[in-house]
Design a protein around this ligand. Sequence first.
Ligand code: LHQ
Length: 266
Amino acid sequence: MNDGQQSVLVENEGAVRTLRMNRPDVLNAFNDDLLSSLAGEVKAAAKDDSVRCLVIAAAGRAFCAGQDLDTVKARMSDPQAPDLGKHLRNLYNPMILNLRSMEKPVIAAVNGVAAGAGCSLALACDLRIVGTSASFIEAFINVGLVPDSGSTFVLPRLVGMARAMEMAFTGRKVAADEALSIGLVNRVVADDDLSAEAMKLAQKLANMPTRGIGLTKRAFNRAWTAELDDQLEYEAFLQTTAGQTQDHIEGVTAFLEKRKPVFTGR
Ligand code: LHQ
């Protein structure tokens, strides 16, 4: 448990749901409670049609310091504890897959440090809007581990293999301005403006044709491992679906009637 505090705070504003990690004293390091709560809330948000955009955020001065190393130390002396691979398969991997596969936009609002699996969590989101205090550390190597929770998959696709390897081999801190310049994040804003700017973006997305955004996400996900001819066919397949949505009809009609469209995500 988390000293009686909820480890994840769930906030709803219109069709935007924010999941705020809440173990600020340890920079939101993942113990089992935080991790299983967050994974559960991610799954619930994926299934909930009233949620049209998800924001992952954090309480306190940091985003997330990765796996709680106190619990790792405790596991070392417990022969019954699952090994690290099992721990990943049980809790981290399903959460990462849900973030990547949910057909709605997911924004990471990153303040302060995102380290280890906390960095992977930010990378698994679709967009990253960050405060000037944000930094990213592939900290795994600093404790003799390999990047996990999707970092070896997503990081080189965002920043290129050479930069990804350098970050993973050295475990050095990449600050917000560098993260922006290498394509690791979408936008840097003043720390004080982070919540408001993330919400502004989230509300904008939540009021767009979110079914279309979901299908677009599916297409980009598949493109990471596809051949061009297959991908062209997949785009055609998805376009048939998008072409049958109410939002498609609304978008075309509103354009021709010279008015603002009202999208419903259907
Ligand atoms: C922490 C942590 C932490 C506990 C800060 N745990 N307390 C691994 C294994 C299993 C399966 C799944 O996958 C993984 C993946 C991983 O995530 S491995 C990587 C684990 N994370 C790290 O190695 C990062 C460790 N933390 C740090 O290097 C620093 O704390 C950073 C650079 C994140 C922040 O540095 P500072 O801003 O100087 O803060 P601090 O070090 O003073 O931390 C503040 C407090 O938070 C402190 O507690 P205290 O009681 O002294 O105030 C830290 O002990 C605690 N904390 N990270 N991961």
